[in-house]
Design a protein around this ligand. Structure first.
Ligand code: ZN
Ligand code: ZN
Length: 296
């Protein structure tokens, strides 16, 4: 990037080349681009109003994007006199730099409900577990909206995963914009932007000291790379559109009470939440009654 000027402000030297748009950008302009993408991703959810409290789940599906989302949501929400809270499950470790920068962006960091998962977890299962955890955390900490750090890149990878393993019900998790779970809205805060730009922002801002003891497992990463990425980031758009189209053909028999995803007919929760939570006592609670305790 040496010697190039940012095409957005035309003033500062560029620090990042955005492949998806072919633009050299400086760090403040990249930050503004990510902020715009967050606003676009959650448009219509009434998340930008004075007094609103937005929760960001620092999940294992994409930890670097998680920390970037918490930071950027803090900055954006502060402009609207709203507040941001970061939900940290016990499998995530946040280092001093990331903690300090997130707090400086006006974000409070709290302990969140943690699904009972270990080691490598199939990515679509992890997505559902973290969606339910985000909803439970939002109930506990009285957030109006809960955001998951899911980018367009992650959604495409999850869609390919569902398609290749002939598990069309997981396409629904990819195609829908937001989920109503236990009276809480859970949405993907980065669904209109590629991972590469979000992770670059995390790196340029020094938000990299986050780690997780749980990692997502993708069985069809090679297929995903060949159809969606490998130097052609623009293909992500069409891949995600195809995934959404296929998802719309799946008939939903019942909804999982914990993650809002499709559940088997007559089931109160999906198999993934059964693994993640045991799925018992929480189902008997009425919507908007906070779960007891914090450790879960
Ligand atoms: Zn610039
Ligand atoms: Zn579920």
């Amino acid at each position: 990037m040496r010697g190039r000027t940012c095409v957005s402000c035309r003033r500062r030297p560029a620090s990042y080349y955005r492949r998806a748009s072919g633009q050299p950008l400086c760090t403040p302009c990249l930050e503004e681009a990510v902020a715009r993408a967050v606003k676009r991703s959650i448009r219509g959810l009434r998340a930008f109003k004075p007094g609103v409290r937005v929760g960001v789940y620092l999940g294992a599906l994409d930890p670097l994007s998680a920390v970037a989302l918490a930071y950027i949501t803090g900055i954006v929400e502060r402009r609207y006199s709203a507040s941001t809270i970061a939900f940290k499950p016990s499998y995530i470790t946040l280092g001093p730099n990331a903690s300090r920068l997130i707090r400086e962006a006006g974000v409070e960091i709290v302990e969140a409900p943690t699904p009972r998962l270990q080691g490598e977890v199939w990515a679509p299962t992890l997505l559902r577990a973290e969606r339910s955890a985000a909803a439970l955390a939002a109930l506990e900490w009285e957030a109006n909206v809960a955001l998951l750090p899911v980018t367009r890149t992650t959604l495409t990878a999850l869609g390919v995963e569902a398609l290749m393993s002939s598990r069309l019900e997981y396409m629904v998790d990819v195609a829908e914009n937001s989920f109503e779970v236990m009276g809480v809205t859970v949405a993907y805060g980065l669904r209109t932007i590629e991972s590469e730009a979000v992770r670059a922002l995390a790196t340029l801002r020094g938000l990299v000291d986050i780690s997780s003891t749980i990692t997502p497992r993708y069985l069809y990463k090679r297929v995903y790379s060949s159809v969606a990425y490998s130097g052609r980031p623009e293909l992500e758009y069409s891949s995600l559109a195809a995934v959404s189209l296929i998802a719309s053909t799946h008939r939903i028999e019942a909804r999982c009470k914990l993650c809002g995803g499709p559940a088997g007919r007559g089931s109160e929760c999906c198999k993934d939440c059964l693994i993640a939570w045991g799925c018992d006592d929480r189902l008997r609670r009425t919507p908007r009654s906070p779960p007891e305790g914090r450790g879960l």
